[in-house]
Design a protein. Structure first.
Length: 267
């Protein structure tokens, strides 16, 4: 018997958003109004920058985003959590990334994200799609911002192999997780979407068992395992489908919204 859902959390890319980086806005507005009437929280849980996430919901400044894979939790008015790597850890990670071929690196901080002026143009263009606040620097050592996460880009076919390599190379200092399609996030130990949901739940008096979450990629696994109702998208990676007890139709078919309609009908 599923617990009564009091909070719904969703990943964005490949989950809530379609391939055009958009969603059925009128359908969402109708459902969001119903969720509010029934006192069900709606939360975004993503590896992306907060400012990117907020741009999709400009009409809802109250909506809370678990950004940077759990490191930065906030809405427009209030910061619920902000954690970052120490300067030592930042520099140690950069040193341990040295010598790895075919990767591009981006640092995601509280104020902005940062890439090297020597970065490949294709990586720069891709980064601008996901990081509205983005600054080019000559070297990462000069960045004085609080760094919450590292983002790497590599050939898609090498993603899983590189994650395993990084897990060994960064052991004890950081954790790599796949965000899909050649994307790898290097996050703070223990800092993931599930931890972010637990932090919010404590503040709002909602247990993980009373939450429903949607995802499609490797960085959703902890969240989908931790909540009472984990839902994989039809387009999710095989490991995600194996982890989540429930499934919905693909992001192109607005699977998150369809499943929310089912939740509302159960009440």
């Amino acid at each position: 018997m599923l617990a009564k859902v009091k909070l719904i959390a969703t990943d964005m890319d490949g989950t809530f958003l379609n391939k055009m980086m958009d969603y059925d806005r009128q359908r969402f507005e109708n459902l969001y109004a119903q969720l509010n009437l029934q006192n069900i929280k709606f939360v975004i849980a993503s590896g992306n920058q907060y400012y990117q996430l907020h741009s999709f919901f400009a009409d809802h400044p109250e909506l809370v985003c678990i950004a940077e894979n759990g490191a930065y939790i906030r809405n427009q008015a209030e910061v619920f959590q902000a954690t970052s790597f120490s300067n030592y850890s930042k520099n140690e990670i950069l040193a341990r990334l040295t010598g790895i071929e075919d990767i591009q690196v981006l640092l995601s901080g509280m104020r902005s994200a940062y890439y090297l002026t020597s970065a490949a143009p294709t990586f720069v263009k891709l980064s601008h799609q996901y990081y509205p606040r983005l600054v080019a620097v000559d070297n990462f050592e000069s960045v004085s911002d609080q760094i919450m996460k590292f983002s790497l880009n590599c050939p898609p076919a090498e993603t899983e192999q590189l994650v395993e390599q990084l897990r060994e190379r960064l052991h004890g200092i950081a954790e790599p997780t796949s965000s899909g399609h050649g994307g790898i996030d290097i996050i703070q130990p223990g800092m993931n979407k599930a931890a972010g949901l637990q932090h919010l739940g404590k503040q709002w008096g909602i247990s993980l068992a009373e939450m429903c979450a949607f995802g499609d990629g490797g960085n959703d696994l902890e969240m989908l395992s931790a909540v009472g109702e984990g839902v994989a998208m039809a387009n999710a990676a095989p490991v995600v489908k194996q982890t989540a007890p429930c499934q919905t139709v693909s992001n192109e078919e607005q699977g998150v919204l369809s499943y929310i309609e089912q939740i509302l009908r159960r009440r």
